[in-house]
Design a binder for this molecule. Structure first.
Ligand code: AMP
Length: 464
């Protein structure tokens, strides 16, 4: 998510901000802007550059506030209605809503509103927020937004916009990042700090967990919608393992440096005799550097990534994923032939990437292949906004480490420990590690996720 309040022409800034956040979602993109009176929006499926055409740029130009979103689906299918920001007209004007996270009680609230006669247009969990905002029970700004936010459970960072203000909020446990920046006299909000830097904005601070920040003609105001200070926070540790861009500062830490520290710790916890360390690019780059530094084994480019291939992870079927991985990563036989190779990646999910890359290394002449992963086994689905498959589809969800090693065809396999994962942080208890431990900080019962929501709405979706 990316939002700006108070610049003369916000659309090109939002475009650049979203472009820097493209790694957070590639299914759809949307930009909504206002001149203080009238709202314009452009949305589409695909990449930011597909949506922000010349025509879109001229439609959106010259407006002083706006928000944008790139979509990565954790609930709801890939279709245009689900692309955000969601824009709706309420009795008091137009509201635009962008959400990052996953609401575990969205299904329950949706049913309640549907029973009262509400009509839903999307299959996303995020749409419940516009119904809460439209509900006469919660009206009279800013308490209206605060009261709507109080109804939500799960992980959420929101940007909400009306014709004359931009608001930013984070759930009380702080699952997802959201930062505030300043560009001259304009206020900027971004999911990651890399996007602030991209437009030359200065980082001011993060939106606090449980905080609602409003940027309007009177400046920046803050209120807390969560009445009680939570005993613990639940920052998503996977943001630092994989999701965030390495040049972002997330939850107070630079993602690249955390990953280098993981690689160093991994070399201590899972040592191996080898001739060369190679990363699976780009996700394993920083940890491989750390592994090489600590082990003394030289780092080299054993794989070259083709940058014209999108994320293979989100491809719908296993065959497409395997072909996608092959197209994306090529081996450099001159680097690995006749060598004992340590391959470093950030995580193994279904095991597709690791299995294909190991066989490619052997074909290229590697004599031994040792896999080192810079997080613990990903054994549990995420209910808070990372798109992991079910426990059965997660290779470490159903198999022991040695069985995973066999499936991917490695000579050895070593993961980072849970202690190692939390070692870079001053307050380790403030991180959510549910995908590794199965300890869910917010009860996911009823979350249902993508599959449940789609199953419930199956008939309707087919009709649309
Ligand atoms: P897999 O091939 O299914 O084992 O997926 C592992 C690869 O996908 C790793 O190289 C990760 O960098 C990347 N990855 C891990 N988790 C995710 C996710 N939730 N969404 C997209 N990509 C991911």
């Amino acid at each position: 998510m990316f939002g700006v309040y108070g610049a003369p022409d916000v659309a090109p800034l939002i475009y650049r901000g979203l472009f820097s956040l493209q790694h957070r979602g590639q299914e759809g993109a949307g930009i909504v802007v206002s001149d203080g009176q009238f709202i314009q929006s452009v949305k589409g499926q695909g990449l930011v550059s597909d949506v922000y055409t010349e025509q879109a740029a001229s439609l959106l130009s010259g407006r002083s506030l706006g928000i944008g979103h790139v979509r990565y689906s954790t609930t709801g299918s890939t279709r245009i209605q689900n692309v955000q920001p969601l824009v709706v007209e309420c009795v008091d004007g137009i509201w635009a809503v962008a959400h990052n996270g996953n609401l575990v009680n969205a299904g329950e609230l949706r049913r309640m509103y549907q029973e009262a006669g509400a009509i839903f247009q999307t299959s996303t969990d995020s749409e419940i927020m516009v119904h809460l905002l439209a509900d006469p029970m919660y009206r009279s700004r800013p308490h209206r937004v605060a009261r709507a936010l109080q109804q939500l459970k799960g992980s959420f960072s929101f940007l909400v916009m009306t014709r004359d203000c931009v608001m930013a909020a984070r759930d009380p446990l702080g699952f997802k990042p959201l930062s505030i920046g300043k560009l001259g006299t304009a206020w900027v909000f971004a999911s990651e700090t890399c996007a602030l830097r991209q437009i030359g904005a200065e980082y001011v601070r993060d939106v606090d967990p449980g905080e609602l920040v409003v940027a309007d003609s009177a400046g920046l105001h803050s209120t807390f919608f969560s009445e009680t200070v939570p005993p613990a926070l639940s920052h998503c540790v996977f943001e630092l393992v994989y999701f965030a861009r390495p040049d972002s500062v997330v939850f107070g830490k630079n993602a690249h440096l955390v990953r280098v520290a993981y690689g160093m710790r991994l070399a201590e916890e899972q040592p191996v005799e080898a001739d060369v360390v190679v990363a699976i690019p780009d996700s394993g780059n920083s940890a491989a550097l750390g592994f090489a530094r600590r082990s003394g084994i030289p780092l080299d480019y054993g794989f070259i990534r083709n940058h014209y291939v999108g994320r293979t992870f989100i491809m719908p079927d296993a065959g497409a994923r395997e072909r996608g991985t092959d197209l994306k990563l090529s081996t450099v036989p001159e680097v690995v032939s006749g060598k004992r190779v340590v391959v470093v990646d950030d995580s193994i999910v279904r095991g597709t990437t690791a299995r294909r890359r190991i066989s490619a290394l052997r074909e290229a002449g590697a004599t031994e292949v040792h896999v080192r992963i810079s997080c613990p086994p990903t054994a549990f689905p995420c209910h808070y906004g990372i798109d992991f498959p079910t426990r059965e589809e997660l290779v470490a969800g159903v198999k022991s480490v040695d069985d995973v090693r066999r499936v991917i065809g490695a000579d050895s396999l070593g993961y980072l420990s849970e202690d190692g994962l939390l070692m870079p942080f001053e307050r380790p208890s403030s991180f959510c590690t549910a995908c590794f431990t199965g300890r869910y900080p917010v009860d996911p019962a009823g979350a249902g996720g993508k599959k449940a929501l789609e199953a419930r709405n199956g008939e309707l979706l087919l009709d649309l």
